[in-house]
Ligand binder design. Structure first.
Ligand SMILES: NC(=O)c1ccc[n+]([C@@H]2O[C@H](COP(=O)([O-])OP(=O)(O)OC[C@H]3O[C@@H](n4cnc5c(N)ncnc54)[C@H](OP(=O)(O)O)[C@@H]3O)[C@@H](O)[C@H]2O)c1
Length: 242
């Protein structure tokens, strides 16, 4: 029994995907929306599902809530801004000066330019802080949340120390948990067909449009990884197999 037939255009994830051919489980694939290019579809699964599961499932964002996204101009962030808007939230995006226009163009209502302002020092309070950078101490992040607000720490630490950073954040949240009413659920995104179909619907309807920074040929994979490791991609970086 298979969900797809030969020749179907699909998108999703597979192990060892820096390759011309891959073997993928049908449980991590969905039909590609017709209005997307291959590059757009390739950019969507991990970043889009991370944003979706963080905002819809962990934070349970409701219409009218205020969501702050730290790292809004990156791969996950550009999906997160659009998904939070599609859930009816007001979105504040944190990015550098050069990306202000970009995050506004995908729907951010307000922008904090981190080269000029520290978002943890603002008087504004948020229902959800979706943190894709992890560069601020957790107690400072909790300070800008409403008493029943939710902090979703999703990454950070950079390529040299992602696991240590992740472990450190988890331990820190365990220590702080008894002393705050704010919630700090962990997030480890898992790609599945149901959520890919949900994401496909958002992209088909135009509520979410993948933001592509640049595309590399397969033989330039090392350059692509080096570029992403600089942590300043604007949206997603894709590999093209021609
Ligand atoms: N938990 C999970 O399941 C899961 C899944 C996927 C990804 N992740 C993690 O999520 C994180 C984000 O992933 P990503 O793919 O979105 O990364 P990315 O595309 O590499 O993010 C790059 C973006 O980060 C922004 N940035 C850098 N320094 C910043 C700062 N100080 N303040 C605000 N923004 C800053 C950059 O904007 P500027 O150029 O304007 O500085 C750039 O747009 C990573 O740590 C990744 O490992 C976790």
């Amino acid at each position: 029994m298979t969900a797809f037939k030969a020749g179907d255009a699909v998108f999703g994830t597979a192990r060892g995907a820096f390759a011309e051919y891959v073997c993928a489980s049908q449980s991590s694939l969905a039909l590609k929306p017709e209005n997307l290019t291959w590059a757009q579809a390739a950019s969507a699964p991990i970043a889009g599902i991370t944003a979706l599961q963080g905002l819809r499932d962990k934070a349970k964002v409701l219409p009218g809530q205020r969501v702050l996204i730290n790292g809004a101009a990156g791969g996950v962030g550009t999906f997160a801004v659009q998904i939070a808007k599609s859930l009816g939230a007001g979105v504040t995006a944190v990015c550098s000066t050069r990306n202000i226009e970009l995050v506004r163009s995908i729907g951010a209502d307000d922008v904090v330019d981190y080269t000029r302002e520290n978002f943890t020092q603002q008087s504004q309070h948020y229902d959800v802080l979706f943190d894709l950078v992890g560069n601020k101490p957790l107690p400072e992040c909790l300070r800008v949340l409403e008493p029943n607000g939710i902090y979703i720490g999703c990454g950070g630490g950079g390529p040299d120390q992602p696991s240590i950073h992740f472990l450190g954040s988890m331990l820190h949240s365990l220590v702080l948990r008894p002393f705050t009413t704010r919630k700090m659920p962990g997030l480890l995104a898992k790609v599945n067909t149901s959520d890919l179909n949900f994401l496909a619907g958002l992209m088909q309807s135009g509520k979410v449009t993948p933001v592509l920074d640049r595309s590399y040929a397969l033989r330039e994979t090392a350059d692509a990884v080096r570029y992403v490791e600089q942590l300043h991609a604007r949206g997603k970086v894709v590999l093209s197999v021609s």
